[in-house]
Design a protein around this ligand. Structure first.
Ligand code: SF4
Ligand code: SF4
Ligand code: SF4
Length: 259
């Protein structure tokens, strides 16, 4: 912290991502002014044209590492940051773009880009923690703004963030939802990290796992239950290989259900 400026300095960084998690910070609206009082928003290219140099007390990092340049840039961000927190499925699990990790990235390049010869990219999309030490990972695609505020407050206060480690099922039961699984709809809620308030089961839809794996998820047990419900192996694999495909628990369970 700068002695002349007692406010801690916040930086927000973007790597390969859709910007949705950064927008969750802007979506704080009422709380944003309080945040701006409590800390100096020193670097936030999405929201400001004034970009102050480091060092920073807290860096929020969105996005995965997909280029050699970004692999170097994240090391520089780490060097300049006292605390580094990753936000969202891209930053914590490689994001949807990690689907390339199961295939040949050149096949995707040829399909997506008219002139793929101009694209310089790594063969993989990897989470930030695969490259530098990370102080806290906040899951979600996108993240929950209330959880984000809790994480920022905790780091400002020098305490551990109070983010639950249990599954969406707990939130679902608290809402009094009728479980969609008993009606024959597959749901990833039992292995998915809480944070959304069981949004999808509240609309009578199964959870797609956008908050990534909860702590100690029993994915094999859930996959067995889905099989018993008649879900084909390729659909089980697809369910685990979506938003958080490169999170180890989801990656391994998906790979166990190859055709
Ligand atoms: S986690 Fe989802 S919302 Fe956040 S940046 Fe990645 S794709 Fe966008
Ligand atoms: S609907 Fe899904 S999240 Fe809700 S209790 Fe059933 S399995 Fe869990
Ligand atoms: S997919 Fe699952 S984790 Fe994501 S909002 Fe729906 S219920 Fe919540």
């Amino acid at each position: 912290m700068d002695k002349k400026n007692p406010r801690p300095r916040l930086a927000v960084w973007k790597f390969a991502s859709c910007d949705g998690c950064q927008l969750s910070l802007l979506d704080c609206e009422d709380e944003l002014l309080l945040l701006a009082d409590a800390l100096e928003i020193a670097y936030f290219a999405e929201a400001s044209s004034t970009l102050a140099e480091g060092p920073y007390d807290l860096s929020l990092v969105e996005g995965s590492i997909t280029t050699a340049h970004d692999a170097e840039r994240i090391r520089e961000v780490r060097r300049q940051s006292k605390f580094l927190v990753t936000i969202g499925a891209c930053a914590t699990a490689g994001g949807i773009q990690a689907l390339r990790n199961f295939a040949d990235v050149n096949d995707y390049l040829a399909v997506v880009y008219a002139s793929p010869q101009y694209i310089e990219t790594l063969a993989t999309s990897t989470p930030i923690a695969a490259h530098v030490p990370v102080d806290f990972e906040l899951r979600g695609c996108p993240i929950n703004k209330v959880q984000l505020l809790e994480v920022i407050s905790a780091f400002l206060a020098g305490r551990k963030p109070a983010i639950p480690t249990y599954s969406v099922c707990i939130e679902c039961k608290r809402r009094g939802n009728l479980c969609v699984m008993v009606q024959g709809t597959p749901c990833l809620g039992p292995v998915t990290h809480a944070g959304c308030g069981a949004l999808c089961p509240g609309c009578r839809r199964g959870c797609y796992g956008c908050y990534g794996p909860m702590e100690t998820p029993d994915t094999a047990m859930l996959a067995r239950q889905w099989s018993a419900m008649g879900v084909a192996p390729r659909d089980i694999r697809r369910a685990f290989h979506t938003f958080n495909a490169w999170a180890p628990a989801f990656r391994e369970e998906g790979e166990a259900h190859d055709d």
